[in-house]
Ligand binder design. Structure first.
Ligand code: ATP
Ligand code: MG
Length: 586
């Protein structure tokens, strides 16, 4: 695999990094200390308290907590103090509804202030917050609201009419629906209440519920990349790891402008689009619009974004739009860029240097881990194509399932194994909803098994190989889909690519690549041969794709991940499985 090392200076933009020396930081780190630094010696711990009262106590009340930007470039700011008062009001609404501690509250909302207020108010009240992606249709919403035993839902009038009204009868546990009005006039739908009216009447003080580390705070549904989405619970203690990683990995300092492009319908949009940055006193940018290269560059420039956390799909789409577009604006305030969600090809890392004079820093984690576990740190060298090293406090290894059923830790840096994490980090999930068996099966011999394959080099850097389900076995070799995809990405015509294994009578599985072309390239037999030749040169004939299919677009989850399982199912004529998270579906 390519190892293009990018060396970094110990500080950038005059800000000193939280983590300057990796080994020292690792050696000194303890989760007990991290908890004490956040919550003192108190036995109670509440996510919303750490996200609001703590920064306010540090004198940050008047700082912008979040700036919401709408389609017409109107900007609406909420300071920490304002957000706190509104969250208190919402917590009081829940109290007035007689909601018991631990009951679930969901939102089906776009990226606006109400989502932030409802989320933080729910956590403050000691209830479980579940943010559902607003583009879900009625069916996926019904499944999730049922599974989560959701009692209160906050949504907009139009989303309610289109998606919830028709399933309401099937949701007897859903007692209260609070409507965020889009227009002030007109009657609300039957059996709903007006969010704004309740807010205006609710008191502005509320003592955070005395929640404990182990109390469930968040309910997230996974992306559904490998199968039916799973309901994952995280506890209030997750705030410790979200805070620590917001500092050590994202390097968020008080007052810095931070833009996390993930939607709060997914774990990244809550851990690093809401909770983590607030605990650091950062000012978040929230774009209410969808992805658009020109818009994104304008936001980076005009909002003076210091730190940017985005995803490989978006980065590849920006690459597709061309480096000149990125270069058309100036980003003197930008000092750190990171990525998560899918493997980040070396090409994309180094494109950062061309477009922004700095590399993208890959980070790896999952809904189940609740916070970043493996990362390239701002002050350390970036190995392009590698996910980086374990976060201080996290013990990560690659392991192999031994023949007798046990686990072996793999020392050699060339061998593939499954990523395994030693439980003990505070944001580890506390369960899969209604699937305790699956939860138990995720742990073996004292390790949590992540279901992703990687290799670990002798310096502790992890190199992603593929999800366990996506690995291709061909003529006795294990082929990494990511390695093949990365090689194909280096061809100038390739914008996005996914590879899968297709049955082959001789070698078991052969590699098939699905390719989205860059603007200016036309599908042709000659181009196909040219790409094949390029792949063979880089990978050798045994690993290069045997077949290439050109596609207008690849099937993706709504969180932007390529659904290889769907490509496989379609190729083999198998059932397509759960498609609730497929982009473009309702
Ligand atoms: P499901 O579990 O429902 O199939 P999902 O695993 O995609 O969906 P998430 O928890 O949102 O749901 O995503 C975590 C997964 O995303 C990881 O297990 C990994 O496969 C992938 N991932 C995240 N970050 C990276 C990264 N930096 N490099 C490679 N893969 C990554
Ligand atoms: Mg997963």
């Amino acid at each position: 695999m390519t190892d293009r090392t990018v060396h970094k200076s110990p500080s950038a933009g005059g800000v000193s990094h939280y983590l300057t020396d990796y080994s020292v930081a690792r050696g000194q780190f303890s989760w007990q200390e991290a908890r004490r630094a956040l919550a003192g010696g108190e036995s109670r711990l509440n996510m919303a308290h750490e996200a609001l009262e703590r920064p306010i106590g540090l004198g940050l009340g008047d700082r912008v907590a979040a700036r919401f930007i709408d389609r017409n470039w109107n900007r609406a700011d909420l300071t920490y103090a304002q957000l706190h008062l509104r969250a208190c009001r919402f917590a009081n609404i829940l109290r007035s509804l007689g909601l018991g501690r631990g009951a679930a509250v969901a939102t089906v909302l776009g990226r606006g202030p109400e989502l932030f207020i409802a989320g933080l108010g729910t956590l403050k009240a000691g209830n479980v917050f579940c943010s559902l992606f607003s583009a879900f249709g009625p069916e996926p919403l019904q499944t999730r609201l049922q599974l989560g035993h959701v009692r209160v839902l906050v949504t907009t009038e139009s989303l309610y009419r289109r998606k919830v009204a028709g399933i309401r009868a099937a949701l007897p546990e859903l007692r209260h629906v609070l409507i965020v009005r889009e227009t002030p006039q007109g009657d609300l739908p039957a059996d709903t209440a007006d969010f704004a009216q309740l807010m205006s009447r609710a008191p502005e003080t509320y003592d955070s519920a005395p929640t404990r580390d182990e109390d469930v705070a968040l309910l997230h549904f996974t992306s559904g990349t490998t199968g039916k989405p799973k309901g994952v619970t995280l506890t209030h203690a997750a705030v410790i790891a979200q805070h620590v990683t917001s500092q050590l990995v994202l390097d968020l300092h008080p007052g810095e402008v931070f833009w996390c492009t993930a939607d709060p319908g997914w774990v990244t949009g809550i851990a690093y689009g809401l909770i983590g940055p607030l605990t650091c006193g950062a000012s978040m940018i929230v774009d209410r619009e969808e992805f658009d290269p020109q818009r994104w560059y304008r936001i980076l420039e005009e909002e003076r974004v210091n730190i940017w956390y985005t995803a490989p799909t978006a980065i590849r789409m920006l690459m597709k739009a061309g480096t000149a577009l990125a270069r058309g604006r100036k980003y003197p305030h930008l000092r750190h860029m990171a990525s998560v969600g899918e493997p980040l090809n070396a090409e994309a890392v180094t494109w950062g240097l061309e477009a922004f004079d700095m590399p993208f820093h890959d980070t790896w984690w999952q809904t189940e881990t609740g916070a970043i576990m493996i990362a390239n740190f701002p002050a350390c060298e970036v190995r392009a194509g590698s996910m980086g090293r374990a976060v201080p406090g996290v013990e990560a290894q690659v392991v192999r399932r031994a023949e007798g059923g046990g686990l072996e830790v793999i020392d050699s840096d060339d061998q593939a194994g499954e990523i395994a994490l030693k439980p003990g980090w505070p944001s580890m999930f506390s369960g899969y909803l209604e699937d305790p068996e699956r939860y138990r099966a995720s742990f073996l011999e004292g390790w949590y098994l992540a279901g992703d394959l990687a290799r670990r080099d002798r310096d502790g850097y992890f190199w992603f190989i593929g999800r366990a389900d996506d690995i291709i076995k061909s003529a006795g070799h294990l082929i990494s889909p990511f390695e093949v995809e990365s090689a194909l990405m280096r061809h100038p015509a390739v914008a996005q690519v996914a590879v899968i294994g297709v049955p082959d009578p001789i070698c078991g599985q052969a590699v098939k690549a699905f390719i989205e072309l860059r603007a200016g390239f036309e599908e042709s037999e000659e181009l196909r041969r040219n790409i094949m030749g390029h792949a063979r040169r880089l990978l050798g004939a045994a690993v290069a794709p045997r077949e290439i299919a050109f596609k207008e677009s690849l099937p993706r989850t709504r969180s932007g991940k390529i659904m290889r399982r769907l490509l496989r199912a379609r190729e083999l004529g198998l059932p397509e499985g759960d498609l609730s998270t497929l982009e473009g579906r309702e």
